[in-house]
Ligand binder design. Structure first.
Ligand SMILES: Cc1cc2nc3c(=O)[nH]c(=O)nc-3n(C[C@H](O)[C@H](O)[C@H](O)COP(=O)(O)OP(=O)(O)OC[C@H]3O[C@@H](n4cnc5c(N)ncnc54)[C@H](O)[C@@H]3O)c2cc1C
Length: 444
């Protein structure tokens, strides 16, 4: 019987980061993965989505070059080559993870964990069951699709989140996306840039319901301009196949509307994959069994998974005593992108003071045609501490980390206003937003 310090189930961001860090700390580690290293994020999530968004941003920008004296003619789009390029990125990154695991002496077991108990995991490898012993077990089995009712999942033109970016269907004339969360909206931008008319159906009154509304409104306006229509407070009641099309009945505020589409992407309905521990322990798993990443619920994000992977194995190796609660940034990588962190008040009653600075007033933003968007920061009046902020506009996903750093370090307004930003950069908007609170901004 094989014996380890730690056995990790799941080779996604949570599991593989725990493996690499644990190996570096000198722990004897086995990592079990049943499908593909990199998990959802690398194979059918973050990375393919970002690669395709990158291409779609080019496509939407090219026509505007005409106004600057450069006319570009897009002659042909070869979907097969785009798919092959996306696959090559995934393959390259997967090879990188394999190398890092090997270099850090993590034993990679390609197999499926079937069951577990304190100190042991039963794995099926090449059809054979094997018992693996370990002092500690880290479970990082991610999430799974929770099928919603009224959807004909067996139709070849209906795709779940597990399939969309892995198979990457050719852009159809009309695509209907169920779910207006981050994945749904990123896909709406990708496919509309490649020429599909896109319909988004969202159950809640607004898409991206966790994101700051003023930012969402800017993005929504942009998407509407590129042939994306929205049905919010709406529900898919029926889908029928007829004359080569999918006829979708949408219920909105008591009435029914029928929309005809070629393809449906179902992006809503994801839940933690608790299969391995279902009915296993009455209360919570014992101390030696740790649950991390999407499996642990909370925001299902790769950066949260990485943090939990690394900090959990450090705890096991006694390199730290606790895992403090950290701020987790949220991002959508569309154009414009949106990122937020910390406290974003819904109304004035929360008593925070704020400063907003528009990209329109920024030299760099104007010089590179990225005038849309703004930065808004929030301070607690009594302490003068920064407590939250968001950015909608070019590079929001990069700028947000400066706000995270400031909030985590409890910085106050007088410290933040002293920071010198290089000119001309988009990051100047952060400094100006802070100074706006003090009525000291220069460019507004
Ligand atoms: C379209 C899309 C876009 C996304 N974009 C972003 C983004 O831009 N940024 C971001 O932060 N997050 C993004 N996410 C979310 C991100 O992919 C997840 O939060 C992240 O993958 C979670 O990592 P994880 O390791 O917890 O789980 P997973 O990545 O799901 O990995 C779990 C692994 O466990 C394996 N497994 C499960 N059961 C067993 C078993 N019994 N035995 C062996 N192996 C098992 C699975 O095969 C899988 O490889 C996106 C998701 C989607 C769907």
């Amino acid at each position: 019987m094989d014996s380890y310090d730690v056995v990790i189930v799941g080779g996604g961001p949570a599991g593989y980061s725990a493996g690499i860090r644990g190996g570096r700390l000198g722990l004897k580690i086995a990592l079990i993965e049943k499908e593909s290293l990199g998990g959802v994020c690398l194979n059918r999530g973050c990375i393919p989505a970002k690669a395709l968004l990158h291409l779609s941003h080019y496509l939407t920008e090219l026509p505007s070059l005409k106004n600057r004296g450069i006319e570009v003619d897009i002659k042909n789009i070869e979907w097969e080559r785009i798919r092959a390029w996306k696959n090559s990125i995934v393959k390259r990154l997967k090879r990188g993870i394999e190398l890092l695991l090997t270099r850090n002496r993590v034993e990679f077991i390609r197999g499926e964990a079937l069951s577990l108990d304190r100190g042991r995991v039963i794995v099926r490898v090449d059809g054979e069951e094997r018992e693996i012993k370990a002092k500690d077990i880290i479970l990082a089995t991610g999430s799974k699709i929770k099928k919603i009712s009224n959807i004909p999942y067996d139709d070849p033109n209906v795709y779940t989140l597990n399939e969309i970016l892995e198979t990457l269907p050719q852009p159809p004339s009309h695509l209907l996306i169920i779910g207006g969360g981050v994945s749904g909206i990123e896909l709406a931008q990708i496919y509309s840039a490649f020429g599909s008319k896109v319909t988004v159906v969202e159950l809640l009154p607004e898409i991206l319901s966790n994101f700051p509304l003023p930012a969402v409104e800017i993005l929504k306006k942009r998407l509407k301009k590129s042939n994306v229509e929205f049905f919010t407070s709406s529900k898919v009641k029926r889908v029928k196949r007829s004359e080569g099309k999918l006829k979708v009945s949408i219920e909105k505020e008591g009435s029914e509307i029928e929309v005809e589409t070629d393809v449906i992407f179902v992006t809503s309905g994801v839940e933690p994959n608790l299969d391995l521990i279902k009915d296993r322990w009455d209360v919570a798993p014992p101390q030696e069994v740790k649950i991390i990443g999407d499996m642990a619920g909370g925001p299902m994000l790769a950066h949260k998974a990485y943090y939990q992977g690394v900090s959990t194995v450090e705890l096991i190796a006694k390199k730290r005593e606790t895992i403090p609660k950290r701020l987790i940034p949220s991002v959508i990588y569309t154009d414009p992108s949106i990122a937020y962190i910390g406290r974003i008040p819904k109304d004035k009653e929360e008593g925070l003071i704020s400063g907003r600075f528009p990209y329109m007033a920024l030299g760099k933003a104007i010089s590179i045609d990225k005038k849309e968007g703004f930065v808004e920061v929030f301070f607690e009046p009594s302490t003068k501490r920064i407590v939250g902020g968001y950015i909608v506009g070019y590079l929001a996903e990069e700028l947000i980390s400066q706000l995270t750093l400031a909030i985590e370090n409890k910085m106050i307004i007088d410290e933040l206003k002293e920071i010198i930003y290089p000119h001309p950069t988009i990051s100047e908007a952060l400094g100006e937003a802070v100074k706006t609170v003090l009525k000291e901004a220069i460019h507004i």
